[in-house]
Write a protein that binds this ligand. Structure first.
Ligand SMILES: [Zn+2]
Length: 144
């Protein structure tokens, strides 16, 4: 797979504000947003704002922080979607910028043990907004 510069990177565009997505979490170094092609409602991407090809390219301390953010968002997803089952997957093929997929899972969601990439949910914009607002509210309620 060719290396890609941050200029041509879809996720760097989101960080730059050039590609609007529903943001669920943001701080100086990390961003969480709803995937526009969700495998289930609440499917979130957590990324470092700096461009790395793979999560494994990050400094180990920053990789630790990335997963701390992922855990925080996961706890919010568990509360909002009333499920303990949140899949975390570092993926990396779709967009060549380090990311962690967080996918809420449900007993009858039609996916296998791992999510089936062919099963995508059609979620209206208004509902995506509502989902993002609920996740943000849940995160804000948590202790720092
Ligand atoms: Zn990037």
């Amino acid at each position: 797979m060719p290396l890609i510069s941050s200029d041509d990177c879809v996720f760097c565009d989101i960080v730059r504000g050039a590609n609007p997505h529903e943001i669920v979490y943001e701080d100086a170094e990390f961003l969480g947003f709803l995937d526009k092609y969700p495998l289930n409602p609440g499917h979130t991407q957590v990324i470092p704002k700096s461009h790395y090809r793979w999560v494994w390219d990050m400094e180990s301390a920053n990789l630790g922080f990335l997963f701390m953010k992922a855990q925080r968002i996961t706890k919010a997803l568990q509360a909002v979607f009333d499920t303990e089952w949140i899949i975390a997957d570092t993926g990396g093929i779709g967009v060549p910028h380090a990311h962690v997929h967080l996918v809420p899972r449900f007993e009858d969601d039609g996916h296998g043990e791992l999510p089936d990439p062919k099963i995508l949910r059609e979620i209206p914009d208004q509902e995506m907004e509502d989902i993002a607002r609920k996740i943000r509210a849940e995160i804000e309620r948590m202790p720092q």
